[in-house]
Ligand binder design. Structure first.
Ligand SMILES: N=CN[C@@H](CCC(=O)O)C(=O)O
Ligand SMILES: [Zn+2]
Length: 484
């Protein structure tokens, strides 16, 4: 078994971590399985668990939300694990006949058997109560890889692909990413925000409450910053959690070599991002590079990722997708949080990722859409790699739905249903460095969850039929407008 022992909060020991299993005991503040809310998670001045200001008629309460009497609550894990890998991912923690309380700060206060919660909170008031009889509650889904800010579309390329053109044929002829770059450079910030907002709403309707969002259709500093401002605005204003990724090395811009583009990123883009981050204007979490033959080679990739890491960004990049590049070996060496795609990863790369606890973000829509060979999910899982999932939403892979991604992962990559659910919750949150606050229903984590109709075993609820349409609840504490 591999669990995130070294990252488990103080007070929860190895033995407890190793025995994380489906449970039926009360998990509430002060309980053995309690995970204290990270003290840095909510700045003192943020408004609480709201996607809009309080309106007349809103009920004040001791707590934000009570979800009562669910047939099942799929906790995913119970001991503060930061990821699930190896044996730990074979079965996930589930409570039968349970209730869950979210506090006014937007964080989970208690989860446990319905009658115990009822007694414990009998004197308390709630802003909202939801009767969850015959329903199942799961953590909000986490989408660990998307390209959601762009203008124009590439529907015309679909016919080219059906006629036999490969992704790289189209890319080298100036289409693909380069086509989207042209359109995105021409688009206004307002136009980009408006389509991005609609896309986020579609993702949320499909159950996603935390999503990684990349720049990368600007390539020049001006347009990369425009995209990152759009992502920042959504991060502040919308009730979907966002992990922002700078992906200025998504393609080599016209007129530059890969080395020149890398120099520009290292000498101009990254220092500007650092300055804007310091001023509180743009918050970026991750750095990404498309490490691929004909795009950024291993050497340029290494230089850019190392410079990004030195700037304080988490490394999270595209590797070993169309050709074996030894990207996995590089990522493990650099301490990458995550590498996406990995259709062409080597055996040595898989072993290195398992040892380095570098997560694999697998993208079933892309392998399907481009008719690539499937990434070797089974081998990765068997070797103890932390496997996560992402939709890879982009103009080439137009999929908003993590339930569909999970389904493809099961059918095409032979993942089990618990593995797919862990990959779309706790492990996807790990890939974004956010599994201390997201990805499972544990006390102290953010109250992001989905409610679905349920009459079956919890694991069957991961079937897209059951997960569609979910009722998403996001208790994301929104930063004050203008604040960082
Ligand atoms: N492979 C590189 N980037 C994207 C595709 C982006 C695009 O084609 O616009 C991906 O992850 O699939
Ligand atoms: Zn991508």
């Amino acid at each position: 078994m591999v669990v995130g022992e070294e990252l488990i909060p103080p007070g929860v020991g190895r033995a407890a971590a190793a025995s994380a299993r489906p449970c039926s005991t009360l998990l509430s503040q002060g309980g053995a399985a309690c995970v204290p809310a990270p003290s840095s998670a909510v700045p003192p001045s943020v408004p609480i668990g709201r996607d809009r200001p309080a309106a007349p008629g809103d009920m004040a309460g001791d707590h934000r939300l009570l979800l009562e009497n669910a047939r099942q609550v799929v906790l995913v894990c119970t001991r503060g694990e930061r990821f699930l890998a190896g044996d730990a991912v074979r079965s996930l923690a589930v409570l039968e006949g349970a209730s869950l309380v979210v506090g006014t700060d937007g964080f989970i206060k208690a989860v446990g058997p319905a009658d115990t919660i009822q007694k414990q909170f009998s004197e308390e008031t709630f802003e909202e109560r939801i009767d969850c009889s015959e329903k199942c509650i799961l953590p909000g889904l986490v989408d660990a890889h998307t390209h959601p800010v762009w203008a124009g579309d590439r529907v015309h390329e679909f016919a080219m692909k059906l006629a036999g053109a490969t992704y790289m044929d189209i890319h080298q002829a100036g289409g693909g990413i380069n086509f989207t770059v042209e359109r995105t450079r021409q688009a206004s910030e307002e136009e980009l925000f408006s389509s991005f907002q609609q896309r986020l709403q579609c993702m949320k309707r499909a159950g996603t409450t935390l999503v990684e969002c990349k720049s990368g259709y600007g390539l020049n500093l001006e347009t990369e910053l425009k995209m990152l401002r759009v992502i920042e605005r959504a991060r502040r204003e919308l009730d979907v959690g966002i992990s922002a990724t700078y992906c200025g090395a998504h393609s080599v811009p016209k007129g530059k070599t890969a080395t020149e583009a890398a120099d520009d990123i290292i000498n101009n883009h990254l220092p500007k991002l650092k300055e804007l981050g310091r001023n509180g204007q743009i918050h970026v979490d991750n750095i990404d590079v498309f490490c691929e033959k004909g795009v950024f080679d291993l050497d340029s990739t290494r230089r850019i990722l190392q410079a990004g890491k030195d700037t304080g960004l988490q490394i999270n990049f595209h590797g070993d997708e169309l050709h074996p590049m030894k990207a996995a070996e590089l990522g493990a060496e650099l301490g990458a949080r995550a590498i996406s795609h990995l259709e062409e990863v080597s055996d040595e790369g898989i072993a290195a990722m398992a040892t380095a606890r570098c997560s694999a973000v697998l993208l079933p829509t892309t392998a399907y859409m481009l008719r690539l060979k499937q990434p070797r999910a089974r081998k990765m899982l068997d070797e103890g790699v932390i496997v996560a999932l992402g939709s890879d939403f982009n103009p080439n892979a137009y999929c908003f739905s993590m339930p569909m991604v999970m389904h493809l992962a099961c059918v095409n990559m032979r993942m089990s249903m618990p593995e797919a659910l862990a990959a779309a919750t706790i492990n996807a949150a790990y890939a974004l460095g956010k599994s201390h606050t997201h990805g499972s229903l544990e006390v102290g984590k953010q109250g992001d969850l989905i409610i679905i109709n349920s009459s079956r075993k919890a694991e069957e609820d991961t079937h897209p039929k059951c997960l569609t349409p979910p009722r998403p609840v996001s208790c994301k504490p929104l930063p004050l407008k203008g604040a960082f």
